[in-house]
Design a binder for this molecule. Structure first.
Ligand SMILES: C[S@@+](CC[C@H](N)C(=O)[O-])C[C@H]1O[C@@H](n2cnc3c(N)ncnc32)[C@H](O)[C@@H]1O
Length: 227
């Protein structure tokens, strides 16, 4: 997906506009499929537990939830696993909802960054887990590669990034003009990961989702070269 600078700006502007019309609820986050949130979180929890059986396992100190929306994943998955969770989300209203609704998690919630992933720079060597779910279709290929490389740099020793995304079941990139996103084939994503200094250490398909949804895969990633 190659875009010139003008179309690239529109690509992000249109997504921003789309998300500004979406209600700050779990159903809003999941495009009307709020009912799958429970299965999704349980699948992620199982995957994360597997990662902690690998050697060396990541730490339990700090996690980052990317494209966090209202903090659905932070609350359901990350808060029980980590001492502190930061969030990054481009929509201001979702950030406000996350700040308010996660108040009962107390000091476990760190900073909620209101910023797009295309420019966000995680603090170097900081995170044990960087969780990225259902958001990467909003980034252009080149921005994805740069984002991966900044995340690789943002991982603590033995840290991992986890991506959980929709993928096409053939080799086509499918564009969605409604929310200004694309769904990529898994092979295309893996090629971008490599360019972004990340390698796959574990891969699993999410089971028990409705058949009409795209296949969803979880990929655990580590830096190819640690800087
Ligand atoms: C499908 S929702 C998923 C939210 C959350 N990851 C979850 O699973 O509950 C996509 C989220 O990505 C956010 N988003 C879209 N483009 C983004 C970007 N360029 N940078 C950061 N967040 C973005 C949207 O505002 C929205 O909150």
């Amino acid at each position: 997906m190659e875009l010139n600078v003008e179309t690239e700006t529109d690509y992000y502007k249109n997504a921003k506009k789309y998300w500004s019309t979406i209600s700050p609820t779990v159903d809003g986050m999941l495009g009307g499929f709020g009912s799958i949130s429970f299965i999704d979180i349980r699948g992620s929890e199982q995957f994360l537990r597997h990662l902690y059986r690998l050697k060396p396992a990541p730490g339990h100190q700090r996690a980052l939830d990317c494209g966090a929306g209202i903090g659905r994943i932070t609350r359901g998955l990350l808060v029980p696993f980590f001492e502190q969770v930061d969030l990054v989300e481009q929509d201001e209203q979702f950030c406000q909802t996350a700040r308010t609704s996660l108040k009962d998690c107390g000091p476990k919630i760190g900073t909620v960054y209101n910023e797009g992933l295309q420019s966000f720079v995680p603090q170097a060597g900081h995170y044990d887990i960087i969780w990225v779910q259902w958001v990467l279709g909003h980034l252009t290929d080149e921005d994805l590669v740069q984002f991966f490389s900044r995340c690789a740099n943002g991982l603590a020793r033995s840290g991992m990034m986890v991506m959980k995304e929709n993928f096409t079941s053939n080799d086509e990139v499918i564009a969605d003009e409604t929310d200004s996103s694309v769904t990529r084939p898994l092979a295309a994503m893996k090629a971008l990961l490599k360019r972004g200094n990340l390698r796959v250490v574990k891969e699993q398909r999410q089971t028990s989702f409705p058949k009409e949804l795209y296949p969803v895969y979880m990929l655990a990633l580590k830096p190819l070269i640690k800087s």
